[in-house]
Write a protein that binds this ligand. Sequence first.
Ligand SMILES: C[S@@+](CC[C@H](N)C(=O)[O-])C[C@H]1O[C@@H](n2cnc3c(N)ncnc32)[C@H](O)[C@@H]1O
Length: 434
Amino acid sequence: MAHGISPARHWAVTALEAVCTQGASLDSLAGDSGAFAAMSPRDRALARAIAGTALRRKGQIDAVLARFLRTPLPQKASLAQAILRCAAAEILFLRSPAYAVVNDAVTLAGRNRQSRPFKKLVNALLRTLVRTGEDALKAIPQTVNIPAWLRESWAQHWGGAAVEDAASLLVESPPVDLTLFDDAARIRESLGGTLLGPQTLRIAAAARPRGAVPEWPGFAQGAWQVQDAAAALPAMILAPRPGEAIADLCAAPGGKSAQMLAAGATVTCVERSRSRLRRLEDNMRRLGFAPELVCADARTWQPPQPLDAVLLDAPCTATGVFRRHPDVLVNKSPEQVQSMAAKQFALMRAAARLLRPGGRLVYCVCSAQPEEGEAIAAQALAQLPLQPLAIMPERAVYGREFIRGHALRIPPGAWAGKGGLDAFYMAMFVRTKA
Ligand SMILES: C[S@@+](CC[C@H](N)C(=O)[O-])C[C@H]1O[C@@H](n2cnc3c(N)ncnc32)[C@H](O)[C@@H]1O
């Protein structure tokens, strides 16, 4: 770790560069990093705030920096680029003391061979930014923080207002949503927040209890789990019944499995990644559930008996979770949408095979791209022994406004002004005899 400069700034720059050049995610970088763990809680919070703001505001920051740059930085200047973006995030949005930000940025630039040639430029540019950056920012709309390919896709499929709403949610700190497994009134009393339904509590960012989430009352006792309100809907619409044999085909970390277990179903959690399955196991232990755990590829796994229901929360580009994971805006591409769609259909084919005739299937993805949602559902209806099964409005305790027959589509930007919801697609099917 560098000495003399703030460890939070150093970590944020390294992390931002890794997100932008290697497609890394901020969460995994923080989880894997000894340097992150070694920081004080205050520095960890600052490091997250800097890297997070640089990602949430990347479009605006790049546009302001471009105004002051005669020629764009070359590709190989990725470290200098990350230094500038992080410093700009602090100067323009986090209101950190400008002199400390500029000093640290210049020192950091001088420390590394790759960024050293840009040290003078970093210094001059950031000083200009301190003087005139706020004015330059006024002319730049927030929508530029969403990359052009997503802006175009979202405007085409969900309308211009959705893009505007998504852009305003992106720059907010999202609330924390909890799925509850214990007395809702008691949990609300100890944590605060607003009940969205009998099993979902929303805590605004500004009203978060003190400390890290695992230190909040009820966590260790398994009274609740963190889960976006949108992500709680697929298990609600599936409406598991006590004793039903249900497979959760892409199960880790187990949010939806836990809901189905709480409803009394007999759940088999199928997950390909051993490390993610271990995490699921830890979560289940904390929550007091004991599902059957299977480490397998869901495309080839076979249960001993046909199943009553399957929940398929398929791997996807996750463009819908941009509020909590703004790195998806940087490290996802239209090519990934195509390759994910192919994987999703293969999983859907496998899921349909596992059901008894009359068995229910809920397919869902946290993607805002219809190629991964609507298109897969249509392909499944055309090619697989499945029929649409209407979603009963009373099953969706909230979000009924998004139900269309057998599908529930939450577009990007949904619930703007109310803390937002992850963009999600879910659809319900029933297995035919064929
Ligand atoms: C969207 S996440 C699931 C989240 C989970 N359902 C929850 O609510 O907590 C997708 C998961 O699918 C797993 N996965 C991807 N491809 C798989 C496959 N072919 N078979 C089984 N699991 C798979 C990934 O490792 C990842 O854990």
